[in-house]
Design a protein around this ligand. Structure first.
Ligand SMILES: N[C@@H](CCC(=O)N[C@@H](CS)C(=O)NCC(=O)O)C(=O)O
Length: 213
């Protein structure tokens, strides 16, 4: 049985990013599901792992790590994975792209944030859908513009998949889930399609972890 344990949730974008990174490395890991719908992330057991009450948490090398991008950078640094380029300007760009998704789009579309919106809104499902479409839609339009850059290649930065792609593919999955119109974003769609064709991404896909109900 693998010593590497990922506490995750099938539909969690942040978990999906880490699953892709682990698969890219060919690292075997055990996945333990923390059911966000049943508030498993707020259970005493999970809060002991992560006081923020969020997934993912990765148990690896004797540590319990939180924060998906910090985890991906740790894997990159300790396994010479090449998830970020070696030059500082390139590293800055890959972080910029990754943060544009993880810190701008994802942060305001997180389960806890949206649950609170639904609690205070009158027509809560309509408010939720409009919220998701606004923030994901606007964020992805900006991301498409950021990809209009000479360093963009077959993937977000150059011709090999890296941290920004690990953020993009889950965000595109999530955008589709909320019926966000991505049709005017050719770079986003082309790169996401290329990612979806890779085994490491396909095996990390939410529907490979659990069939949607
Ligand atoms: N910045 C964190 C975000 C983690 C996060 O927001 N995880 C979501 C699932 S994608 C979660 O656990 N939400 C539960 C909640 O909001 O209560 C990371 O990248 O790991």
């Amino acid at each position: 049985m693998s010593d590497v344990v990922l506490f995750d949730y099938w539909r969690s974008s942040a978990s999906y990013r880490v699953r892709i990174a682990l698969n890219m490395l060919g690292l075997e890991f055990r996945s333990i599901s923390v059911d966000l719908l049943a508030k498993g992330q707020k259970s005493p057991d999970h809060l002991a792992r992560n006081p923020q009450g969020l997934v993912p948490v990765l148990d690896i090398d004797g540590h319990a790590f939180t924060q998906s991008l910090a985890i991906i950078e740790y894997l990159d640094e300790t396994r010479a994975a090449g998830f970020l380029p070696s030059d500082p300007v390139g590293r800055q760009r890959v972080r910029q792209l990754s943060y544009a998704i993880a810190m701008e789009i994802h942060a305001v579309c997180n389960t806890g944030v949206v649950a609170e919106l639904m609690r205070v809104a009158t027509n809560s499902e309509a408010a939720r859908d409009a919220w998701m479409q606004k923030f994901i839609g606007e964020g992805m339009v900006a991301f498409e513009k950021l990809l209009n850059h000479p360093a963009t290649g077959k993937f977000c930065h150059g011709d090999t998949p890296g941290m920004a792609d690990f953020c993009l593919a889950p965000q595109v999955y999530n955008a589709r889930r909320w019926n966000v119109d991505l049709s005017g974003l050719p770079r986003v769609l082309e790169i996401a399609k290329r990612c979806e064709g890779l085994d490491a991404f396909a095996r990390a896909h939410p529907h490979r972890v659990k069939e949607p109900t």
